[in-house]
Design a protein. Sequence first.
Length: 322
Amino acid sequence: MQDTDIRNKFWAVGGGKGGVGKSIVTLMIGASLSKLGNKVILVDADLGGSNLHTLVGIRYPQYTLADFIGRKVETIDEVVINTPVDNMKIICGADDILGMANPKYAQKTRLLNHLKKLDADYIILDLGAGTSFTTVDFFLYAPNKIVVLTPQVTSIQNAYGFIKASLFRHLNDVFSKDEQAMELIRRAGSPAQGESIDSVGKLFDAFNALGEERREKLLNCIDELKVKLIVNMVKDAKEKNVSSIVKAVAKNYLGIALEDLGVVQFDNVLSASINNMADFLSNRRNSVAGTNFYDIASNIIKNCQKSAPPQPPVASVTPAAC
Ligand SMILES: Nc1ncnc2c1ncn2[C@@H]1O[C@H](COP(=O)(O)OP(=O)(O)O)[C@@H](O)[C@H]1O
Ligand SMILES: [Mg+2]
C-alpha cells in the first residue's frame, strides 16, 4: 500500500469533552463518505464508554474489539461487522472487559498494525472523552485528526487542552531519548511562573541551540498536529466563529495552524432520532445536520488531494494562559 493511501485512509475524531458529538460526527461522516461511493469502516475506540454500535442500531454485537484485543480471534477482519448502511462497516467497542480502557502498548501496536491492513477507503476512529494516553495515542496515530467542539466555553477549553496534550505527548515520545530537548519541552509544557519558554514558538527558538536537525524534528511534530476542527450543535450565526478562538490560541501558544473542516447546526430532527439513527440515515438524511455532514464528507475527499509544507511557529509575546 502507498504511503498516500494510508495518509488519506485514517481519520480520528477526538475532542476532549463528552457529549459534544464525536460519535455522531464519526457516524455521519462515515455514512456520507459511503454514500459518496467509498468503503468505510468505523472503529469504536472509546474503550471506556463505547456506544457507536447502538447508534447504528446494533444492540448486541456478535464480535467486538475485545475479541481481537483478547486474542479470541486472530485477524481484525473477523470483528468487522456490517451496518444497515451500504458500504459502511463497524468494529464495535467494548467496555465490559477489565483493563480494556488502557490496553498495553503491545496490544495497541498490534491493533493499529492490523487496522492498517483493512480493506477500506476510509477508517474512522471514534475516540472517548478525556486525555488518557490511550485516547491521545489513537489520535496521534491517525494522519488525519478531527477535533469536535461546540460553542460552549468548556468545550472550547477542552478542545484546546486535548490538542495541547496530544502535541506534548507526541514531543515526549519523539524526543524521549534526548535529555537536552526534553528539558526544554518540559519547561514549555507546564511553564512555571516567570518561565521564559512559555509557548511552542519560544521552544522552537530555544531549539536553535540544539541544531538544525532537532529543529526540523520539532517542526515535523508540530505539523503532524495540524488538526481539523468541526464546530457542532451551532444555533446561530455568531456561534459559527468559535473555532477562531481555538485557532488563535493554538497558533499563539502551540504554533499549530488548525483548519476549519466545517460547521454542523443543531438539528432537532437528528436529536429526536438519536434512538433510531438507522431510520435517520435512511429517511431523514436531508435534514440540516445531514446536509452539513454531507458537505464535510465532500471536503474530506477534496482535502485528501492536497497537503501544504510545514511552517515554523512564531514565538508568542504574551504569557501562557492555557
Ligand atoms: N448536530 C446536532 N444536533 C442536535 N443534537 C446533536 C447534534 N450532534 C450531537 N447531538 C446530540 O448530542 C448527543 C451526544 O452526542 P455523541 O456523539 O454521543 O457525543 P460524544 O461522542 O462526543 O460523547 C447525541 O445523543 C445527540 O442527542
Ligand atoms: Mg462518543
